[in-house]
Design a protein around this ligand. Structure first.
Ligand code: ATR
Length: 281
């Protein structure tokens, strides 16, 4: 961590493409809020150039103390970092990098972002004994990690391609069960939590009709998609009388640990930040 009073501390978000990333808006807000002499910017890096980008970071040739990595570099970041923590190792993907004494560290803050968002907006969510996770991609892994970490007993992964759900069940152990899409209605019976991790309903796409009526009393439905804020899945859950939490907070909370590593201050996710990002959507 550099001294922000003396030199400008610089961090990045890299991906390909990366121009739609909202991370510069989030970190820029926190830099201004804390009066830090810092800079956080998008660095578009194509897949073929990513190893060189990381080599520059490790050698000190680049100006950065660390940064975020997004699609398509998350897996490669994990392979190229010097020190990968247990969560990034288990997920096989990193989204946050930082240099410490010339050593490049990697972690994954998505599971933290998921849990912190629900802690803030629906405390007690982790009392659910049975959870249903729709989808079996990278985002699903982070959600399953968080659910298992918080002690949810039964985690049911439902996916269009059943083999991908089965791979996750094998990887995460006995509390995780795999199901095909056709089993969705049956699997939601008695569940206290439903999480959509697929792109269904994103950017105005159609989502299937969902029936949440067999879920447990007081059940919560959440979506990691945040554009639109009220996704078709959340809209259906609300109209069926269920509690819902949107996915924007996951994006905001996953940014917190990185900011703290690079700039030395733990920022808060507040309504001002939320409004700023919503105004940009
Ligand atoms: P991410 O890393 O964001 O999770 P991903 O790895 O591409 O992205 O995973 C996308 C998830 O959304 C997968 O579970 C995918 O289902 P498949 O494994 O069958 O591909 C799911 N998904 C995407 N579009 C879908 C659709 N139209 N219907 C059902 N599931 C869909």
């Amino acid at each position: 961590m550099a001294d922000s009073r003396e030199t400008m501390v610089k961090a990045f978000v890299t991906g390909w493409p990366v121009k739609h990333s909202r991370s510069p808006l989030i970190h820029g807000h926190w830099l201004r809020q804390h009066g830090i002499n810092g800079d956080y910017r998008a660095e578009p890096v194509a897949a073929d150039d990513f190893a060189d980008f990381i080599a520059g970071l490790k050698s000190g040739a680049s100006p950065y103390v660390g940064g975020n990595v997004t699609i398509p570099h998350k897996e490669m970041a994990c392979l190229l970092a010097d020190k990968v923590d247990s969560i990034a190792g288990e997920l096989g993907a990193a989204n946050t990098l930082w240099l410490e004494d010339g050593v490049l560290h990697a972690t994954n803050t998505d599971a933290h972002g998921f849990a912190a968002n629900l802690d803030e907006r629906h405390p007690g969510w982790d009392q659910a004994q049975k959870a249903v996770v729709l989808g079996a991609g990278g985002a699903s892994r982070a959600v399953i990690y968080a659910l298992r970490d918080r002690g949810v007993d039964e985690i049911h992964v439902v996916n269009r391609t059943p083999t991908r759900a089965e791979e996750l069940a094998d990887r995460f152990g006995t509390s995780v069960h795999a199901h095909p899409m056709a089993a969705l209605a049956e699997v939601t019976q008695g569940a206290g939590l439903f999480v959509n991790t697929t792109s269904l309903g994103m950017d105005g796409e159609e989502a299937p009709a969902m029936d949440f009526s067999a879920m447990a009393p007081g059940a919560l439905v959440t979506d990691i998609v945040y554009v639109p804020l009220k996704t078709p899945i959340l809209a259906q859950a609300q109209s069926q009388g269920l509690a819902t939490v949107d996915g924007l907070g996951m994006l905001l909370h996953q940014a917190v640990p990185g900011f703290e590593k690079w700039f030395g201050v733990r920022p808060v996710v507040d309504e001002t930040l939320r409004a700023l990002v919503i105004a940009d959507m």
